[in-house]
Design a binder for this molecule. Structure first.
Ligand code: BGC
Length: 262
């Protein structure tokens, strides 16, 4: 199935294999996924996201990532997108080229790759993966997964069922769009120390906790690998834990949701 085929892929029955692509701000990466374990079956294949991330430019990279793997004809693939998605169409584009708004992302993917696609918000994919295979596996009730990166993504999963497009990064807080104060890109840009950034996270998470009373918070995004630097500084009633699947969560969640929505 892929140029990098290895034993795990060869030994996995076809019906257990899904394929996910994560479209991020810096890279577009794909891999086949074991839908039972949530593990990648080969190494990810990653190409840089074009600087000007127009639909046409991204379509070319999607095509190159898919062609790297020899997918069976008719394979249905999962693709993440960093904005609100309804029926495969992008409704918002807070941190990507605005030309995506109104674009049929599923159609663009199909035309570029020859494969039908299920398109899902990036945080929804990551959140779903954490609930199905990762940090929130087996958790009953409401899990809120917040991804801290260029923006703030969010996913609500209730008893294992995803409620799509929750968009809590754009809550208005103290007169600001919350992600403009508390995303990890803001920490980097303003050169905030972890304790300084944690004050902003405290304000944000306490507000989200007050509004939604989740049973568990899971914190994802690249910075979650440094969770020991900031999660212990937060004072919340709700348990808060780091994501487990890290930078694989988008690929895994997209593949799993595509298989469910085939
Ligand atoms: C977008 C979300 C996205 C998040 C993380 C936000 O600005 O509105 O849809 O999930 O960034 O990429």
């Amino acid at each position: 199935m892929t140029n990098d085929s290895h034993d795990a892929l060869i030994e996995t029955p076809d019906e257990r294999i899904g394929f996910g692509i994560d479209v991020g701000g810096s890279g577009i990466k794909g891999a086949p996924v074991d839908l039972v374990t949530g593990k990648l079956l080969t190494k990810k294949y990653r190409l840089p996201t074009p600087i000007e991330s127009s639909p046409e430019a991204v379509a070319e990279v999607l095509s190159a990532v898919v062609s790297h793997f020899e997918l069976p004809a008719g394979a249905h693939i999962g693709v993440t997108f960093p904005g609100v998605i309804k029926n495969g169409v992008a409704q918002t584009a807070a941190n990507v080229d605005k030309r995506w708004i109104g674009t049929d992302v599923a159609g663009v993917t199909r035309d570029a790759t020859g494969h039908s696609a299920f398109v899902v918000n990036d945080a929804d994919a990551a959140g779903y993966a954490e609930a199905a295979y990762g940090a929130a596996l087996g958790q009953q009730g409401s899990v809120l997964v917040l991804t801290l990166g260029t923006g703030i993504g969010s996913a609500l999963i209730h008893d294992g069922v995803l409620v799509p497009n929750f968009e809590l990064g754009h809550l208005e807080l103290d007169g600001y769009d919350a992600e403009k104060r508390a995303a990890s890109s803001v920490k980097d840009r303003e050169e905030l120390s972890y304790p300084e950034w944690a004050e902003r996270l405290q304000r944000y998470f306490a507000h989200v906790e007050f509004l939604f009373s989740p049973d568990l918070f899971v914190v994802g995004g690249g910075v979650s690998k440094d969770h020991k630097e900031f999660l212990p500084l937060l004072d919340l009633t709700t348990p808060i834990i780091p994501a487990k699947l890290r930078n694989k969560a988008g690929i895994v969640g997209a593949a799993a949701l595509a298989a469910e929505n085939d």
